[in-house]
Design a protein around this ligand. Structure first.
Ligand SMILES: [Fe+2]
Length: 147
C-alpha cells in the first residue's frame, strides 16, 4: 500500500470535514427568516454528522500509521472548501452547503478510488457509508432548492 498517498488523501478529506463542521455552526447560529427553525435544526444535524466524520477519518489515519492534521490552520491550508465570514441569506446558505457537500463528495470519491487501488479495505468500508449519506443529503438539498 502507498501509505503516504493514503495519509495525504485522508488528511485532505479531514481538512474539508473540519472546515465544514465550523461553517455549518456559523450558518446554524446566523440563519434568519421564516425557515429559521427548519434550517437551524438541519445545520445542527449536519454539523453533528461532520463531527463524527471528522473523528472517524482522523482515527483511520492513525490506524494505518499516519498522523492526522491537528490544527485549524492546517485544516484551512489543506481544505478545498473555503470559509465564509459574511452572513448569507438563508437560501444562499443552502446553496453554499450543497456546493460544499458536492465538493466533499468529490474528494470522498478520490479517496475511495485510491483506497480501492491500494487495497485499503478499511478506508473503503469507512467511506462507502459516508458517500451514501452524502447522496441522500444532496438529494434533499436539491429538492429543497427546487421549490
Ligand atoms: Fe445550537
Amino acid at each position: 500500500m502507498n501509505k503516504q498517498a493514503m495519509y495525504e488523501s485522508l488528511n485532505g478529506l479531514l481538512a474539508d470535514s473540519i472546515v465544514l463542521y465550523q461553517k455549518l455552526h456559523h450558518f446554524h447560529w446566523r440563519v434568519q427568516g421564516e425557515g429559521f427553525f427548519l434550517l437551524h435544526g438541519k445545520f445542527e444535524e449536519l454539523y453533528d454528522h461532520f463531527a463524527e466524520t471528522t473523528d472517524a477519518i482522523a482515527e483511520r489515519i492513525l490506524m494505518i500509521g499516519g498522523e492526522p492534521l491537528g490544527t485549524l490552520a492546517q485544516a484551512l491550508e489543506h481544505a478545498s472548501i473555503s470559509e465564509v465570514a459574511m452572513v448569507p441569506p438563508a437560501r444562499d446558505m443552502i446553496i453554499l452547503v450543497k456546493e460544499d457537500l458536492e465538493t466533499f463528495q468529490g474528494r470522498v470519491g478520490q479517496v475511495l478510488e485510491l483506497a480501492d487501488q491500494e487495497g485499503d479495505r478499511g478506508t473503503a468500508n469507512l467511506l462507502d457509508p459516508v458517500n451514501d449519506e452524502l447522496d441522500k443529503t444532496l438529494w434533499m438539498l436539491r429538492a429543497f432548492l427546487a421549490a
